[in-house]
Design a protein around this ligand. Structure first.
Ligand code: A2P
Length: 339
């Protein structure tokens, strides 16, 4: 590490996640000696604030990574596929938020609270899991370690910010359209998202699941290093801007009580238990938005199976689900002397 910090690039800096990556680097006082902001040619002329100065956005090109030591990518899978290897060859460690590299056996898929050591085996690129996977594995890892988990059934309620900035604009515009008696204009989603929801995130695959659902299955197996864990996911888009919610049912290897699970989760890094039914105390997206914790509540026995547990897990999908997780991976590498 250089004395005054690292030369860092954020690719997709003008997007919902990229923008937040810049903010999170600042909030967490990540040591940055020079910040390069990269986006498409459309963004030339824009600036973003960082520690009190305005930094101009530059067009992403093959030469963008000269001298860069750390590159955080969030500009979509196509950009990551092409430019992450270019950045890595130029000497940067890439932390990629897209889907492009997650299942590559040579690329570690890392959630610092869950599998920090995996990050150390990288060869230039480290992947951030999908947002809905991150909050699920953060909440389940302490239970997995204590009593084992055989099976997970999860239904998600996902915010539009996961789709990007234009989807946030689409929801806002549709709400106005409907409230003012106009027909809602659809551009991004297959259905109107305002006052609606649909079980369709990413394209559908031959097995009848959506791509998002299979990401949750495959990425959880990779992060837990457990190819046998059985998982069934249903992923649903809902008209919320920030914060994914998940209804999770698990079957553990050994029995465990809700009280013990609360104790395990209370002691776990990055987790906050909110489980006080008498005061409507359970996590909601509006209380998760803007925070980095994974919130867990409604912890109860699932009586429909042996060793069954049910719970409700909420996190800010673009913070812990994306930007914060990426910066935490960088912090982990720094603390282990690997950056
Ligand atoms: P731009 O704003 O210039 O289009 P989101 O996920 O919120 O939609 O953001 C996507 C991010 O990826 C934006 O920063 C966007 O930049 C960037 N991006 C999209 N296409 C390209 C491209 N061809 N080259 C570089 N950056 C891109």
């Amino acid at each position: 590490m250089e004395l005054n910090g690292l030369k860092v690039a954020v690719v997709g800096a003008t997007g919902a996640v990229g923008n937040l990556m810049v903010k999170v680097l600042e909030e967490r006082a990540f040591p940055v000696s020079r910040l390069t902001l990269l986006a498409s040619a459309r963004s030339i002329g824009k600036t973003l604030g960082f520690h009190g100065s305005e930094i101009a956005v530059e067009e992403l090109v093959e030469d963008s990574f000269e001298g860069i030591q750390l590159a955080l990518f969030s500009a979509g899978g196509g950009i990551s596929k092409k430019f992450a290897p270019i950045a890595a060859r130029a000497g940067a460690v890439v932390i990629d938020n897209s889907n492009a590299w997650r299942m590559d056996p040579k690329v570690p898929l890392v959630v610092p609270e869950v599998n920090p050591d995996a990050a150390l085996s990288h060869s230039g690129i480290i992947a951030n899991p999908n947002c809905s996977t991150i909050q699920m594995v953060v909440a389940l890892k302490p239970i997995y370690d204590a009593v084992g988990i055989r099976r997970i059934v999860v239904t998600t309620f996902q915010a539009v910010s996961g789709t990007g900035k234009r989807a946030i604009e689409e929801l806002r515009a549709q709400v106005l359209d409907v409230m003012q008696g106009r027909e809602a204009v659809r551009q991004i989603y297959p259905h109107q998202i305002a006052f609606n929801c649909f079980p369709h995130i990413g394209p559908f695959l031959e097995n009848g699941f959506s791509e998002e659902e299979m990401k949750m299955v495959n990425e959880t197996r990779k992060v837990f290093e457990d190819a046998k864990i059985r998982i069934c996911a249903t992923t649903v888009r809902i008209p919320v801007i920030y914060g994914h919610s998940e209804s999770i049912n698990i079957e553990t290897e050994k029995p465990v009580s809700p009280e013990e699970v609360r104790r395990l989760l209370d002691a776990a890094p990055g987790v906050r238990v909110i489980d006080d039914l008498s005061n409507a105390g359970y996590p909601v997206p509006l209380s998760a938005a803007g925070t980095d914790d994974t919130l867990v509540g409604r912890i109860r026995i699932d009586p429909s199976v042996e060793n069954g547990l049910a719970m409700w897990v909420v996190a800010d999908n673009i913070r812990k689900g994306a930007a914060t997780n990426a910066v935490q991976i960088a912090e982990l590498l720094l603390s282990r002397g690997r950056l």
